[in-house]
Design a protein. Structure first.
Length: 246
């Protein structure tokens, strides 16, 4: 089965937040994406709410529950107590833990699983006890995958930013793709499922899907939102689904 597509709504929320107005509607755009066939919605509610606001979360949860019960809600973020409380209140199907500093513009690296194991393990245990699927943001490096598995997590999410950044250099992109693929191979052997996200596009998704055919999910925001300005949200979701292999 091809990778499922989760549409990250942060870029939509950021555009809305430029003005004290209710448009573009995060919920309305999320509805368009799900109606067009997206398998889920992703948000990253940062402490300063510069993208998704905390007040968006109950509306997204209700949208999925009431209109698209087959879809999944993925909340990602740095697992401080405030974030964990948001997760436990709004009950996403998946929680993706990222090692973000609040000042970062966007996620730009994965966990150091060996060094961070003591920190992550009790958090993963708490989330798993709450019934959540847990994914850990990961660099393209097989070395720490055993430690990631030992936290009790279900999945890793491969950070594909470097791969996406080589959009004009096919040689470097191919090398980065193979690093991602080797990391995924080790993760699968360790019993983990694999997601991917960051700077994925219609152009670079097919090669990723070919190299990692068992990829479970891709979470895409910036590139998908940029394409939606040209093709509309429904048309863009269709393009990205086809790029995934649907």
């Amino acid at each position: 089965m091809p990778a499922k597509l989760s549409v990250n709504l942060n870029a939509i929320a950021m555009l809305r937040n430029r003005r004290d107005l209710p448009w573009p509607s995060v919920i309305g755009v999320g509805r368009l994406a799900l109606a067009a066939g997206a398998h889920g919605l992703t948000v990253h509610p940062r402490p300063d709410e510069r993208h998704t606001r905390h007040s968006d979360l109950p509306e997204i949860r209700a949208l999925i529950d009431d209109e698209f019960p087959q879809a999944e809600f993925n909340i990602e973020g740095y697992p401080n107590e405030d974030f964990l409380a948001l997760v436990e209140k709004h009950q996403p199907e998946q929680v993706t833990l990222v090692p973000d500093d609040p000042a970062q513009a966007t996620s730009d690296h994965g966990w150091n699983f060996i060094a961070d194991a003591t920190f992550l393990t009790p958090i993963v245990k708490r989330l798993k006890k709450g019934g959540f699927r847990v994914s850990l943001f990961s660099d393209a490096d097989p070395a720490g995958i055993g430690a990631a598995r030992d936290t009790g997590a279900d999945r890793i999410e491969l950070y594909t930013g470097p791969y996406g950044s080589y959009h004009s250099d096919s040689g470097k992109a191919a090398k980065e793709l193979e690093r991602l693929g080797k990391t995924a191979d080790v993760a699968f052997a360790a019993g983990l499922q694999v997601n991917a996200g960051h700077d994925l596009t219609v152009a670079n998704l097919p090669a990723l899907a070919k190299r990692i055919p068992a990829l479970a999910e891709v979470s895409i925001g910036h590139g998908l939102t940029a394409d939606a300005l040209e093709y509309g949200m429904a048309g863009t979701v269709g393009r990205f689904l086809r790029a995934c292999g649907w």
